[in-house]
Design a protein around this ligand. Structure first.
Ligand code: ADP
Ligand code: MG
Length: 254
């Protein structure tokens, strides 16, 4: 069985991308191909000029990172600090620099108070944040996050978005693999929709996630997109990108 077919895709430095699609559409398989965990039966994938079929795992892992959907599949150290320190230690980064980066990630993901704790003793959302921190700390050029918002409260979601934005501003690409169309609508600029192993849409998020045809791919239009479409012609002067923007416009009108 083929999980993916005819995929032609380029990811660019500095972009924040949503990769969407129903269960079994091929999102995780695509992510695993991009990071080199599996190899394509046909075709070619290059990351920062490295062919994933021939490059070593060591070379690839410093350029591209994947945070698994289930954090327990990647957490194995005895403390939160050591978990985040594991990757940078492998790359012979100077100790001072490692410590500085770990502290920045732990604070950025609201984990500083847990730094000496056993990761498995944390809550689901906190363990997910540990998995994020341990991947962000490597500052990969391409970072893929599989279902990152599942089980995350509002504060942790916004914290993740901010960290991802910082990474994009520093010229990295971040891909959110998600069913969370509202999060994708508000947080990403480009949306790629997979359906049965093929790319059904690839374009500006606000346009893609406002197109009723995405329902063909098993996705629901985000409520904000439905509301904005209703108000667009008569009340709103321009496309709406977030609940915040819609509220601001409506406040001016009322
Ligand atoms: N290791 C595997 N062996 C065989 N089939 C797989 C494997 N992993 C995924 N698949 C199949 O590939 C398709 C895409 O799966 P996946 O990439 O996990 O989808 P998604 O992440 O979008 O839910 C599904 O039909 C799934 O059953
Ligand atoms: Mg998946």
């Amino acid at each position: 069985m083929q999980a993916l077919r005819g995929i032609d895709l380029e990811l660019y430095a500095g972009e924040m991308v949503g990769l969407l699609g129903e269960n079994g559409s091929g999102k995780t398989t695509l992510a695993r191909l991009i990071v080199g965990l599996i190899r394509p039966a046909k075709g070619r994938i290059t990351v920062c000029g490295l062919d994933t079929t021939t490059a070593s795992a060591y070379e690839l892992a410093r350029r591209v990172g994947l945070v698994f959907q289930n954090p327990d599949h990647q957490i194995f150290e005895k403390t939160v600090w050591n978990e985040v320190a594991f990757g940078p230690r492998n790359y012979q980064t100077p100790q001072k620099e490692v410590d500085r980066r770990i502290e920045a990630e732990l604070r950025g993901f609201d984990l500083w108070v847990y730094r000496s704790r056993l990761p498995t003793s944390l809550s689901g959302g906190e363990r997910k944040s540990v998995a994020f921190a341990s991947t962000f700390v490597l500052e990969p050029s391409v970072l893929l996050l599989d279902e990152p918002t599942k089980g995350m409260d509002y504060g942790r979601k916004r914290g993740l978005e901010k960290k991802a934005r910082d990474l994009c501003d520093a010229g990295r690409a971040v891909v959110f693999i998600t069913h969370d169309v509202e999060f994708a609508f508000e947080s990403t600029q480009r949306a790629i929709v997979l359906h049965q192993g093929k790319i059904l849409f690839d374009g500006r998020t606000q346009e893609v996630l406002s197109d009723p045809l995405i329902e063909k791919a098993g996705l629901r239009l985000p409520p904000i997109a439905r509301l904005a479409a209703l108000l667009q012609d008569s009340l709103l002067p321009q496309p709406i990108g977030s609940v915040e923007e819609l509220c601001n416009h409506l406040e001016m009108l009322l």
